[in-house]
Design a protein around this ligand. Structure first.
Ligand SMILES: Cc1cc2nc3c(=O)[nH]c(=O)nc-3n(C[C@H](O)[C@H](O)[C@H](O)COP(=O)(O)OP(=O)(O)OC[C@H]3O[C@@H](n4cnc5c(N)ncnc54)[C@H](O)[C@@H]3O)c2cc1C
Length: 430
């Protein structure tokens, strides 16, 4: 059983199938090439998630075996040593994951080992819904959402009652990812933790959070979203189980389920267009400003626009940013400073614990007007957004305490702090 981004025992179709064999080797390969290019915040979360997964597997009589190296080579080595005749794993999207799965299948076949892919990363598997008018994926969310809502769901995969490891398997804790040595970006002091926190976040969300989601999801200061994105990113929480649980909350869960559909939507876009992190999905021949100082001011939270700087500080401090702030900060970079969306997306990707190729690059392109938005030229005014979604200025004062003395919505006026460079917008917002 090769775990990748499905780090759970509950509703894990690949694990459930692997566990039907006599013996199973639960394996995670820490690939230094990937880790060195991942946000430190994600490496940290991953290490905690793996430790918790190990505990969960031990409770079933197994345990997680971690190896270090290139995934295909290490998976085959482990499979050979264990005498495995099959490798089970979750199907994933994206250019790298796709090539890796192909190579694994091919090289395993040469060794007489069958590779079996399973669903589980999304609620509805990418590619399983096709638009009636033709095409290999949905380009627009609303028709996708309509088809998604009524699409068949797979049955939940049973948690294996017990697991038996092959003989002679050795575990080595020193092979775990290590955020102090691996990764890019900073390790954010207020970052989200993996491990047992994931289960607690899910429990608390269903018990207390979800009921108020629809009303407060866009209220920046309320911070009333689930914060389950990282648990979904690493598969600590099953999207299918989460969808079912949300539906049990009746109408309150509906708005939340729609966001899970957005996640699936971007995954099927990435599957059909693996170049999403690099190339315009819908080329618009936009003219970008290659302005290093503008980019640095944005990334370092010194644009002079409080709402933008507050969002960017949240990102640096927590490795997380409220969705509404992501829209505002990304809109500011791409529509006002007109810096290329890829610069901003890469910066987000170097810090977000939930940084995910489909969701990050898909959303950035959406904001920049090169993606799946049906109105790519929609107007954008960060100050108006600030007044609407942070009417009392509480969000800004939380992340920019230098402005704690500025009352109410006055805090949204462009500001200039001593010693902080103010980068004036290139254009007056529409
Ligand atoms: C510029 C930009 C970059 C983004 N980058 C990422 C990213 O790297 N990883 C990521 O998971 N989300 C990303 N999002 C989407 C969204 O901002 C986050 O999923 C959300 O803020 C996470 O907080 P939450 O779990 O509390 O969300 P909730 O509001 O509680 O939503 C529940 C879940 O739905 C999914 N979801 C919500 N909104 C979206 C969306 N617009 N697109 C896709 N899925 C969504 C997420 O899995 C989320 O956990 C990005 C959005 C923008 C505008």
């Amino acid at each position: 059983m090769l775990f990748t981004r499905d780090l759970r025992v509950e509703d894990n179709p690949a694990l459930a199938e692997a566990a039907r064999s006599d013996r199973v080797l639960p394996l995670f390969v820490a690939d230094p090439w990937i880790l060195e290019r991942s946000a430190r915040n994600r490496v940290a979360f991953l290490a905690e998630a793996l430790a918790e997964l190990d505990r969960e597997l031990r409770a079933l009589g197994g345990g997680l075996v971690v190896r270090r190296g290139e995934t295909v080579a290490e998976a085959l080595r482990a499979a050979n040593t264990a005498g495995a005749d099959r490798i089970h794993l979750a199907e994933d999207v994206g250019a790298f994951a796709g090539r890796r799965a192909q190579r694994l299948t091919k090289e395993a076949a040469q060794a007489g080992i069958e590779v079996v892919g399973h669903p589980g990363v999304t609620v509805v598997p990418p590619g399983s819904l096709l638009p009636s008018g033709g095409g290999d994926h949905y380009k627009v969310f609303t028709p996708y959402w309509k088809a998604w809502e009524v699409a068949d769901r797979r049955a939940e995969a049973p948690t294996p009652p017990s697991l038996r490891l092959p003989d002679g398997v050795e575990e080595d804790g020193s092979l775990y990812p290590d955020p102090t040595r691996e990764g890019i970006g900073v390790l954010s002091p207020g970052r989200m933790h993996g491990g047992a926190d994931s289960a607690e976040r899910l429990r608390a969300w269903l018990a207390d959070g979800i009921a108020l989601y629809e009303k407060h999801r866009d209220d920046l200061a309320a911070d009333a979203t689930s914060r389950l994105s990282t648990d979904l990113r690493f598969g600590r929480v099953s999207p299918l189980v989460l969808e079912r649980a949300a539906h049990r909350q009746g109408e309150a869960g509906g708005a939340f389920v729609r966001q899970l559909a957005w996640r699936d939507f971007h995954h099927q876009v990435l599957e059909a267009f693996p170049a999403l992190p690099r190339a315009d999905y819908r080329p618009r021949n936009a003219e970008w400003h290659d302005d290093e100082e503008a980019f640095a001011a944005w990334a370092e939270a010194r644009t002079g626009l409080p709402i933008v700087d507050a969002g960017m500080r949240q990102l640096l401090h927590e490795g997380f940013m409220h969705n509404r702030a992501r829209l505002i900060t990304a809109g500011y970079l791409t529509r006002i400073l007109r810096v290329h969306w890829k610069r901003g997306a890469d910066h987000f990707h170097a810090l977000l614990t939930d940084g995910d190729l489909a969701d990050n690059y898909g959303n950035w392109q959406w904001v920049a007007g090169t993606g799946n938005d049906t109105r790519p030229n929609r107007g954008f005014n960060p100050v108006r957004q600030a007044l609407r979604y942070d009417p009392q200025g509480e969000y800004v004062r939380r992340y920019v305490p230098e402005l704690a003395h500025v009352p109410g919505s006055d805090v949204h006026e462009p500001w200039k702090l001593p010693g902080v460079a103010y980068h004036p917008p290139l254009e007056t917002p529409a």
